[in-house]
Design a protein around this ligand. Structure first.
Ligand code: BGC
Length: 388
């Protein structure tokens, strides 16, 4: 992934931050956490930020981790970055250790959004501000701010790309009059990840009118999130479920299947493998069903470029990292971070002030303008299907 954008952006924000550093030094804030809204200022150089990421099995989280770390370091903070291998006890232990080692602020992308209660209570007791990163942390009052994308809209975009791939909607999202019927199957993400529910809701509210009209048919009848869920967003689990669906409802591959709603590129690749193995064809042109995705992972961007996967959703993780850095900086200044949504994300205990970013649908035709021109991936990486 091209790295230069961060350097440029960070240089700009750093200019602002050295001023913050100077001000903080004058303020002479003593020991103790910045305190969520506690009003005390601290110099970034005196602060450690614990960054807890879920896994390194998906490249988006590696990129997130690196971008948050380098952004925070450019801003002057010390960073303790940990990945938890998609294992809940590991993440709990890592956060415990961050607190023990004196973290001043926590940035947390949880594995299970309800499993960190004890850790967050311990952090809150020490007035350590907690920023939920990308995934909301549920059932606790101890989360202060949330940086993420408009997750409901990501789901709308996933369903829209499926409808566009099938020809029910045109490129502008208008109905074409194409009435199918098209056979589709539905996949959701991990039920313990709050985002999975937002993606599903956005997608299903977009697809339901077309299901009701008979344009789309879910032959398996598996239309609840519980039936469609994929624990830990696992590629293998998704491949297995697709194989089972083909066996049970599509004559092992001889029946007509036109499209599959997939919420994440890893899941999409598992689905595509199952479809290819069942003989649906090597490309969409050759009869492979339209499969959606999310994250613009390089392996899937190549598949889109090669006419194999139809679409993905691009969420610019560099911008998300930037928001996390901005939020941490606000806490260091003794301020509340900026929120642009104070209604959508109720975690069961409170509505968490959030900063939401926008995402884009990527298809073959706009890989260049969205991903290459923005330096997210280079043309060579797209060609090779791997990060250079
Ligand atoms: C993220 C998605 C990602 C998924 C699997 C979700 O919480 O928002 O971008 O595809 O986790 O890692």
């Amino acid at each position: 992934m091209a790295k230069n954008i961060w350097t440029t952006r960070a240089a700009v924000s750093l200019a602002g931050l050295s001023l913050v550093g100077a001000l903080a030094a004058c303020g002479g804030s003593g020991a103790g956490g910045a305190g969520a809204g506690g009003g005390e200022e601290q110099a970034p150089e005196d602060m450690t930020i614990g960054v807890a990421m879920p896994t390194q099995t998906s490249e988006r989280w590696i990129a997130d981790g690196e971008a948050v770390k380098s952004g925070l370091e450019e801003a002057g903070f010390e960073v303790d970055l940990q990945f938890a291998n998609d294992d809940i006890p590991t993440q709990q232990q890592q956060i415990d250790q961050m607190i023990t080692k004196g973290a001043d602020i926590l940035v947390v992308a949880s594995i299970d959004g309800t499993a960190l209660g004890n850790q967050l209570k311990a952090a809150a007791d020490q007035e350590i501000p907690i920023i939920a990163y990308d995934r909301l942390i549920n059932d606790t009052e101890n989360v202060d701010h949330y940086v993420t994308f408009d997750n409901y809209n990501v789901g709308v975009q996933q369903a829209t790309s499926l409808l566009q791939g099938l020809g029910v909607l045109d490129g502008e999202g208008n109905e074409t009059g194409e009435a199918g019927p098209f056979n589709i199957e539905l996949f959701a993400g991990s039920l313990d990840d709050n985002n999975a529910h937002f993606f599903w809701k956005g997608a299903m509210e977009t697809l339901q009118p077309h299901i009701d009209a008979g344009t789309l048919v879910v032959e398996s009848g598996q239309t609840t999130i519980e039936q469609a869920a994929t624990l830990r967003w696992s590629q293998e689990t998704a491949q297995k479920r697709m194989e089972d669906l083909l066996t049970a409802h599509y004559g092992g591959g001889s029946g007509q299947l036109d499209g599959v709603l997939s919420p994440y590129d890893g899941i999409s690749r598992g689905i595509i493998t199952a479809l290819k193995n069942a003989g649906y064809g090597a490309t969409i042109e050759d009869g492979l069903p339209v499969v959606t995705g999310q994250d613009a992972e390089i392996a899937s961007v190549k598949l889109i470029n090669d006419g194999v996967q139809y679409a993905t959703i691009f969420k610019d993780t560099r911008k998300l990292a930037e928001q996390a850095v901005a939020a941490a900086t606000s806490y260091a200044e003794g301020e509340e971070p900026e929120a642009n949504d104070t209604e959508s994300y109720d975690n069961g205990v409170k509505v968490v002030p959030s900063y939401l970013l926008e995402s884009d649908i990527v298809v073959k035709d706009n890989i260049q303008s969205l991903l290459i021109d923005s330096d997210y991936w280079t043309a060579e990486e797209v060609e090779a299907g791997q990060a250079g």
